[in-house]
Design a protein around this ligand. Structure first.
Ligand SMILES: Nc1ncnc2c1ncn2[C@@H]1O[C@H](COP(=O)(O)OP(=O)(O)O)[C@@H](O)[C@H]1O
Ligand SMILES: [Mg+2]
Length: 256
């Protein structure tokens, strides 16, 4: 496949570029991205599409000739702006948007998708692959993970306001299902908390309080997942100054 001249760049990150192609969106990864990851994201998205959760439709996986032969995922476009953009543009309405964000996550957690990858397997794999922590801490984390209640709810895995699109009719759509699994909502909430906390602790606390209140979930259960999700986020090797922060969350496990 070749990209049309008319493409508009939406986002550029470490290993990918996202383009607007008019009526579709294409996420083009660099040549280091394993092709199986790209197919996995496409399969996750197709499974999510089948649940009825409002999400862009999976359209195509192809190799792009003019991008170093990197693999790409094409999805239908949801015209609108992200909830992150809304929150930034209208800080006075932050809590209103946060409420919509929380209710959407609760709604997603109400779905099941029995063929989706298992959250527990994903976390165990990521913890085992972590070279920054020693065997004793890895064992602690795996034991903690093993002791958690087994649940099989749809979890986005990277639920944050940049992945929620407010469509022109006001409906909310969720994109970026690369890390979706079936598992425990509390773990998904812990991950979202951590993502907020990486940039704003106050927003993170407001989010956590609101989710637990509206979903009637004990905050302690979410907290018991913090070290596990911090380890899994560290394993993604997004790098930067965040590693120290994530390590501090992992270390907490030793004192509990
Ligand atoms: N189907 C889509 N429709 C509209 N905008 C999209 C769509 N997919 C992605 N985007 C926009 O591109 C951004 C990056 O895409 P995303 O899939 O979240 O990639 P990343 O893995 O880099 O976060 C999103 O935050 C959103 O603004
Ligand atoms: Mg994203």
């Amino acid at each position: 496949m070749n990209l049309p001249e008319t493409k508009v760049e939406l986002a550029r990150r470490g290993n990918k570029v996202v383009y607007d192609l008019g009526d579709s969106i294409i996420k083009v990864f660099n040549e280091n991205k394993p092709v199986s990851d790209v197919f996995n994201e496409a399969l996750n998205l197709a499974r999510i599409n089948e649940t009825g959760i409002r999400s862009p439709k999976a359209l195509e996986v192809a190799q792009v000739e003019d991008a170093g032969h990197g693999w790409a995922l094409k999805t239908s476009k949801v015209a609108g702006v992200t909830l992150a953009e809304k929150m930034e543009a209208e800080p006075a309405r932050f809590y209103e948007y946060l409420e919509q964000f929380v209710d959407l996550q609760i709604e997603i957690h109400g779905y099941q998708a029995p063929l989706l990858n298992r959250q527990r397997d994903k976390y165990a794999r990521m913890i085992n692959g972590l070279d920054q922590i020693n065997a004793t801490t890895r064992y602690n984390l795996l034991e903690r993970l093993d002791g958690m209640t087994k649940q099989f709810n749809v979890c986005h895995g990277d639920f944050n306001p940049t992945n929620v699109i407010v469509a022109e009719d006001g409906q909310l759509y969720v994109c970026d299902w690369a890390h979706a699994t079936q598992g425990s909502p509390a773990a998904d909430v812990a991950m979202t908390y951590l993502l907020f906390a990486l940039s704003d602790k106050q927003q993170a606390d407001a989010y956590l309080e609101m989710y637990c209140e509206r979903a009637d979930m004990p905050m302690q259960v979410v907290r018991s997942y913090m070290s596990i999700v911090a380890a899994s986020e560290l394993a993604r090797k997004r790098g930067g100054a965040n590693d120290e922060f994530l390590m501090s969350w992992i270390d907490v496990v030793d004192y509990q």
